[in-house]
Design a protein around this ligand. Structure first.
Ligand code: NAD
Length: 338
């Protein structure tokens, strides 16, 4: 029986890279019934909201979605669809693995890091107001329950994936109450996982250490804002956003999407790198229990990237998005590219 999966193409480069990813996943032999649901600026005119209810309903029904990036207006305009989606569906973990791939230009080799970012609170809770004309306040919200559940995910993930260490990242020396609570909550959860090493780092030091000695780190658990920033740093270590996958995970639903945004300057040009979205779809295959297909797709992606011929501009090639997907499909040896 086919898996029902909600497909949110997104905007900017989203439709091209999600189409490429769907073709690759279909060619892996896993039977997926993609249920398309549009969200973003373009549906505003039609539905009066960039995140219509039927999109949420579809994900609540299928429990799994693959999503392209969605543009968020800076300053004024609608609230981030990405943040709303994560909050509304209580997708409290943002999982972002950063793994080196032969063929991707980077100053580093053998990077193998995992970011576990809290996804529902912190400064992203959206509690902001102006104070008079010339001041504004954003409130950072940290709760014990949200910190504990993201920490538990990090330790369970570490145990399941055979990882050795979890590092909590914070700024509790300055934000003694909020980040202090986060650190305390993660430390409490760590006591249930004596087989996994636990340590903590202050976020600024963490950034320097990741640049200087990334091999010292393994799984990191962070509040929302630091997680957002440090995951781009980790994407940089492995050669850029074009190859960085991600997943938003809750207790009974998950939305898989690349770390990168909608890259408007490449929209509609068939030039964007589909790798991050394809690797996000690989995380989705694993989530569905399709381990073997996930490994086959990963191997084909790595081969095509390592060969460096039929790859997009950011990987040193001149192939288009669709041609790179064709190369991956051919590499898997499953049928002809459509
Ligand atoms: P971005 O990730 O879109 O782009 C950053 C840089 O990386 C740009 O130079 C871009 O061209 C390049 N890039 C990104 N993805 C690429 C790909 N697949 N192939 C080749 N090059 C790629 O970040 P930004 O410019 O800060 O944001 C653009 C828009 O995306 C904003 O509206 C932002 O809010 C939104 N955004 C959405 C998500 C999401 O949907 N989850 C995440 C991040 C940003």
């Amino acid at each position: 029986m086919a898996y029902e999966v909600t497909l949110i193409p997104g905007d900017g480069i989203g439709p091209e890279i999600t189409e490429a990813a769907c073709r690759v996943i279909d060619a892996s032999g896993v039977d997926i019934d993609w249920q398309k649901a549009e969200a973003g600026a373009e549906v505003m005119a039609h539905f009066g909201t960039p995140l219509p209810d039927h999109v949420l309903e579809s994900i609540r029904r299928t429990r799994v979605a693959l999503k392209g990036p969605i543009t968020t207006p800076v300053g004024s305009g609608f609230r981030s669809v990405n943040v709303s989606l994560r909050k509304t569906l209580d997708l409290y973990v943002n999982l972002r693995p950063a793994v080196s791939m032969p063929g991707v230009k980077s100053r580093y080799e053998d990077i193998d890091l995992v970011i576990v970012r809290e996804n529902t609170e912190d400064l992203y809770a959206g509690v902001e107001h102006t104070v008079g004309k010339d001041a504004a306040e954003s409130i950072k919200i940290i709760t014990r329950s949200a910190s504990e559940r993201v920490a538990r995910f990090a330790f369970e993930y570490a145990r399941r994936e055979g990882r050795r260490k979890v590092t909590a990242v914070h700024k509790a020396n300055i934000l003694k109450l909020s980040d202090g609570l986060f650190l305390e909550a993660v430390g409490d959860v760590a006591k249930d996982y004596e087989d996994i090493e636990f340590e903590d780092r202050i976020v600024d030091n963490m950034c320097m250490q990741l640049v200087q000695k990334p091999e010292l780190y393994d799984v990191m658990v962070l509040p929302n804002l630091y997680g957002d920033i440090v995951s781009d740093l980790c994407a940089g270590l492995v050669g850029g956003l074009g190859v960085a996958p991600g997943a938003n995970i809750g207790d009974d639903m998950a939305v898989f999407e690349p770390v990168h945004g909608s890259a408007p300057k490449y929209a509609g040009k068939n030039q964007a790198d589909p790798t991050a979205t394809i690797l996000s779809a690989v995380l989705m295959l694993k989530h569905l229990g399709e381990e073997e297909a996930a490994e086959r797709v990963t191997a084909a992606v790595r081969k095509v990237v390592a060969a460096g011929e039929r790859v997009t501009y950011d990987l040193g090639g001149s192939a288009g998005t669709s041609e790179m997907a064709d190369a991956i499909i051919e590499e898997m040896g499953q049928g002809q590219p459509k």
